[in-house]
Design a protein around this ligand. Structure first.
Ligand SMILES: C[S@@+](CC[C@H](N)C(=O)[O-])C[C@H]1O[C@@H](n2cnc3c(N)ncnc32)[C@H](O)[C@@H]1O
Length: 316
């Protein structure tokens, strides 16, 4: 649609010779009806012209407003983008430590549970992996991290929405290997499957050991899932000593990223769980959901609340 005002005389542009001629001819045939003054007749003509063109004029006004709204929207969007960019520039993550101190400890995120998560949980799980990666890169200690069974919906989500993961350094996202592929009779005793469903408490993380985290967000719908998997694989199990440091009753099911971050912070705080818990789960933010069986689940949305790592803070 044209943005030109219909029938409006163009300012500053003199009429062409044809236009002058056309107007003159029109005037020649104008006959003022009897009993009507010239000015009355002119008013009537003007009214008639308005009736004929008013729809066109209104359409023009609507289009003009639509274009104004569109321009305003684009301007606001651009301003918001600039604001966000400035914010992230001002909030640049601290320098990554150059030489991480070796620990001999490795973590494996067992992502063989895609089928048990809905779409939202898959998104939450991918955010938790991004957080783990960020924690790994920022930690002063080298706390190895490997993602296994990375070959289904979770990988699709990464490929689609977190594609920069392909540039991540020092983390293994393995689509070929499952946890089972890593374990054999020689090394079985060096693996510990982490689960809240045990009384076995971990007091320290041992060198040459691999700690497996169940890569699932399920609001603890699937009770004892990882405990049963560990039993099937003949692995030791252990829970983090959360009860000792956070004042809550019942079992404490943490989000995967909390588990990994806690372990990184344990190294950074001279192997002091209390400090690590306070840094990762400040008590005022511990408000998990309590199940009928007394299980306290602190995961997914709670993770979003308790840390504000955005994907842009994830280093590559
Ligand atoms: C959200 S939980 C999964 C809960 C799931 N229903 C299950 O059966 O394990 C995610 C993972 O974090 C780890 N985890 C959660 N809470 C833990 C705790 N208190 N101690 C040790 N590991 C924990 C476990 O490896 C667990 O599989």
């Amino acid at each position: 649609m044209s943005t030109e005002v219909p029938n409006k005389k163009k300012k500053g542009i003199p009429p062409s010779a044809e236009e002058i001629e056309a107007r003159r001819k029109q005037k020649q045939f104008e006959v003022i009806p009897e009993g009507m003054t010239k000015s009355e007749w002119k008013r009537q003509l003007k009214q008639k012209k308005w009736e004929e063109t008013k729809e066109q004029y209104r359409e023009f006004q609507r289009e003009k407003k639509r274009l104004q709204r569109q321009r305003r929207k684009e301007r606001n969007k651009q301003e918001a983008e600039e604001e966000e960019e400035n914010y992230h520039q001002a909030k640049k993550p601290s320098r990554l430590p150059r030489n991480q101190i070796p620990t001999g400890v490795t973590f494996v995120m067992d992502c063989d549970f895609d089928d048990l998560m809905n779409r939202r949980e898959i998104v939450s799980m991918s955010n938790q992996i991004s957080r783990c990666y960020s924690a790994m890169r920022h930690c002063k200690y080298d706390v190895g991290l490997k993602i296994t069974s990375f070959n289904k919906t979770l990988k699709e989500r990464f490929d689609k929405d977190v594609s920069q993961y392909k540039l991540w350094k020092g983390i293994e996202l393995n689509s070929e290997q499952s946890v089972e592929d890593l374990i054999n009779d020689e090394n079985r005793s060096k693996f510990v499957y982490l689960t809240a469903d045990t009384d076995e408490e971990i007091t320290e993380l041992l060198p040459d050991h691999t700690y497996i985290i169940g890569g699932i967000v399920d609001k603890n719908r699937h009770k004892e899932l990882c405990l049963n998997k560990a039993k099937k694989l003949g692995l030791k199990v252990g829970k983090l000593p959360i009860g000792k440091y956070i004042d809550m009753n019942g079992r404490h099911v943490l989000a995967t990223s909390h588990v990994y971050e806690l372990c990184c912070k344990w190294f950074e705080n001279d192997k002091d769980w209390s400090q690590a818990f306070n840094e990762v789960l400040p008590p005022r933010k511990v408000k998990g959901k309590v199940d009928a069986d007394g299980t306290v689940t602190i995961e997914s949305e709670d993770v979003e609340e308790s840390k504000d790592t955005t994907p842009s803070e994830v280093p590559v």
